[in-house]
Ligand binder design. Structure first.
Ligand code: GLC
Length: 555
């Protein structure tokens, strides 16, 4: 069966402007060989689930060979598949099968750094200072007596200095873990290598790439001190003329990448993971650069009407200056799951590493998560769904310390637990762990699942017409059938304080009630889909979103 939605014509070539893309954290999605770790076989077996859910594409987190020092963001071979996940041949089959089901496939490219086990880094360690092998990375002499101090005062994202000393006395730079040496993007061989990696996967049929740390890569060659304190490195992302974040030089790289993507007859697309200061994102999305970028302002925004309105406005207005579509996202593999966040007193994200262990009301968080999901799917542009959010999963905040794998845990001296709580393997079926995560053998999943996930399995969700899964499926179906939702139109309408009310076209409206009181809905408008039950008197309860249609049920 070949799905006509993947045919190549002018309209389909713009699929990415409104796509809903499902994030597959492959290690935790589905385990096809029963070893406790997700893999390509598991993903292939669950493709019909994703097609039925109604998403347009999947984005697969790094699946390359890797020592997994940072969950696979430490890549030792960019052209292979981690043996635990499968083989290149299985990857090919996955791409074909996904395409047959009408799902596009986006991979994750990690250009800022490699694994310390990558052949290039091993060659660099074996080669002398000043050698071409070392020039692919960022090696420097240290400061102080005998060069015993790091070359500058930068801190790494997972804690500790960004520099590690090699046995011959030189230091190498790593903005993340020591197992993730930064590449030198002033080196032509590095640039050529990544262009070749892009072609390798595009030739295999992948439809695009998510670019990891897309605002990194280029560094000020002087490597000046920053004067920051530990754990402020990510906060330093907002700083002007930062020596390693969001430097203008990255745009040349993206121009050359875009030319490669555009050289294929059917379009290949990019989405940037770029944490940049306000106003800088449009530069990444110019017509000859990247297609889209994650909207972390939306993810981090408190669930309050005024703040959301501000973020939505700024997003749409900023991106319109370069003709780029907005995207929306509520959760990913780096952030506390939004069911948990929204059940807290403070619903915004300030610092992912620190936003842990605060009391949460999961019933409230779930109600708000439903409202936020329907809002996200009613906005113009594209959206990202992180695996398990469609099941209503919450953050697992009580993983045993012995199970924790995120490098943050070790690097923070066991003070910050890190991101494992949102990476727990998915529950599919049954009443006890591993809840069908392994399809035929029951090896213990690499992170333990909570016992109460029996009521969160895909099976349990499917059986309950009021479940999160049904809400996502219904909303995704509406996006396909309703011309208002498919359009790029968007207009705010006046509503009571604490609410959001907008129109997508003159027959479709969305209302979100973030107050603590019911609000009246506009007369003559018929509810099409709501995130929770509406009141008998027709008012919209607190923490609820509704899509309204002028007079018919579908168009
Ligand atoms: C990105 C990834 C994160 C990873 C980091 C380093 O932020 O999303 O998971 O740890 O880059 O590659």
């Amino acid at each position: 069966m070949h799905n006509p939605t993947l045919t190549h014509d002018a309209a389909n070539d713009l699929w990415w402007r409104s796509a809903v893309i499902y994030q597959v954290y492959i290690r935790s999605f589905a385990d096809g060989d029963g070893d406790g770790t997700g893999d390509i076989a598991g993903l292939r077996s669950r493709l019909p689930y994703l097609a039925d859910l109604g998403v347009d594409a999947i984005w697969i987190n790094p699946w390359y060979p890797s020592p997994l020092a940072d969950g696979g963001y430490d890549v030792s071979d960019f052209r292979g598949i981690h043996p635990t996940y499968g083989t290149l041949d299985e990857a090919r089959k996955l791409i074909t099968e996904a395409h047959e089901l009408g799902l596009r496939v986006i991979l994750d490219i990690v250009p800022n750094h490699t694994s310390d086990q990558h052949a290039w880094f091993q060659e660099a360690l074996a080669a002398p200072p000043g050698s071409p092998e070392r020039d692919r990375f960022i090696f420097r002499e240290g400061r102080g007596e005998n060069g015993g101090e790091p070359p500058n005062d930068w801190y790494a994202a997972f804690g500790g200095p960004t520099w590690t000393r090699t046995p011959d006395g030189q230091w190498y730079l790593h903005l993340f873990a020591p197992e993730q040496p930064d590449l030198n993007w002033d080196n032509d061989e590095v640039r050529a290598e990544f262009e070749s990696i892009l072609r390798f996967w595009f030739d295999l049929g992948v439809d695009g790439f998510r670019i990891d740390v897309a605002h990194g890569m280029v560094k000020d060659p002087a490597l000046p001190d920053l004067g920051l304190t530990e754990f402020s490195v990510i906060a330093g992302e907002g700083q002007d003329n930062h020596p390693h974040w969001d430097r203008d030089g990255v745009h040349d790289i993206y121009r050359s990448w875009r030319a490669i993507a555009d050289s294929y007859p059917d379009p290949r697309v990019f989405v940037a993971e770029a944490h940049v200061r306000p106003g800088r994102m449009p530069d990444y999305l110019r017509a000859d650069e990247l297609h889209t970028a994650f909207n972390f302002d939306f993810l981090k925004c408190a669930l309050e009407a005024d703040r959301l309105r501000e973020v939505i406005d700024r997003t749409i207005t900023d991106l319109a200056t370069v003709g780029a579509p907005a995207t929306w996202v509520l959760s990913n593999h780096d952030e506390t799951r939004h069911v948990t966040r929204y059940g807290r007193a403070h619903t915004g994200v300030t610092n992912p590493a620190r936003d842990q262990g605060h009391p949460t009301d999961l019933a409230l968080g779930t109600r708000r998560a439903r409202a936020a999901a329907l809002l996200m799917l009613a906005l113009p542009g594209g959206a990202y769904v992180y695996q398990g959010e469609e099941l209503g999963l919450y953050e697992v905040e009580d993983l045993p310390e012995s199970a924790l794998q995120d490098p943050t845990w070790e690097r923070s001296g066991h003070t910050v637990r890190g991101r494992d709580g949102c990476r727990v393997p998915l529950p599919w079926t049954g009443d006890t762990p591993p809840f069908g995560f392994g399809t035929f053998v029951s090896a213990t999943p690499w992170l333990p699942q909570p016992d109460d996930w029996k009521s969160y399995t895909a099976e349990a969700n499917r059986a309950d017409p009021t479940s999160m899964l049904h809400l996502y499926r219904s909303a995704l179906r509406l996006r396909r059938t309703n011309s208002g939702l498919r359009s790029e139109e968007f207009r705010w309408l006046a509503g009571p304080p604490g609410t959001l009310l907008f129109e997508r076209d003159n027959a479709l409206r969305c209302a979100v009630n973030l107050t603590d009181r019911p609000i009246p809905l506009p007369d003559t408008w018929v509810p099409l889909l709501a995130s929770g039950p509406l009141n008998k008197d027709g008012t919209l309860p607190p923490d609820t979103t509704v899509l309204l249609h002028l007079d018919r049920l579908t168009d």
